[in-house]
Design a binder for this molecule. Sequence first.
Ligand SMILES: [Fe+2]
Ligand SMILES: [Fe+2]
Length: 259
Amino acid sequence: MFPKGEEFFVASVRRHRDAVKDMPELRAQVKGFIGQEAMHSREHRHLNNRLHELGYNTVRADDMIGRICAKVLKMRPRRLAIAATAAAEHYTGLLAETALDHEPTRKILFGQEAVEPLICWHALEELEHKNVAFDVMVASGGRYPVRAAGFFVTTTALAGYVAVEWGRSVWQDRGKITRAHRRRFRRNLVRQRLISVHFAVEAFKYLKPGFHPDDTDTDALIEKWRIELADIAGPGKSSDPGAISATDSADPAGQTATV
Ligand SMILES: [Fe+2]
Ligand SMILES: [Fe+2]
């Protein structure tokens, strides 16, 4: 989902650059946001290409997300795209917090050796810039109705897309699914925290009138993972593309100080 989604985030934020031109701090954060999302998009494209070689339908998934994003960019009001982006960033922030803070969730969903460092790097940067799209939306004049509409658009697209793609994958592999797979699935479903009541409650807090992404303090988690990732990406530690990009990441606003 990421490459086209992140291109959409960048396009939505760029659309309202003028609204932040007199706000130096937010302007710098926007620059950092665009740099980070561009790097995420690039690294996830590498991963998707590899997954495609292994037989996963990443091209089809990319096309579908691209079509959804293109539609949202054309919708009225023009602020809807930044509102959908702010909501999507709320979801990526929650996903990031859950993946970094809850080891069983991380291991179940992203435990594959070559994928985990990429996801952790991405998650860390999502936490670093979790306020940016929201603040740009507010600076552009986006008030509660457009915020709620953006949340509705993103939640519908995200839930619908994930359900459809997951269903397709399971259907495609239906002949290979054994009783042991089903048992493991049920066990993992209980252990992970991404599909959970807690996650849904956190997601819907976005609709509280006074909500702001910084309401949840994730600074200690960010600090912990900066150190962890610096260690993973250290010389000779890993040849994983995500780990390598953690050291190379473009970071114009200096948000990722140590990875
Ligand atoms: Fe991202
Ligand atoms: Fe992001």
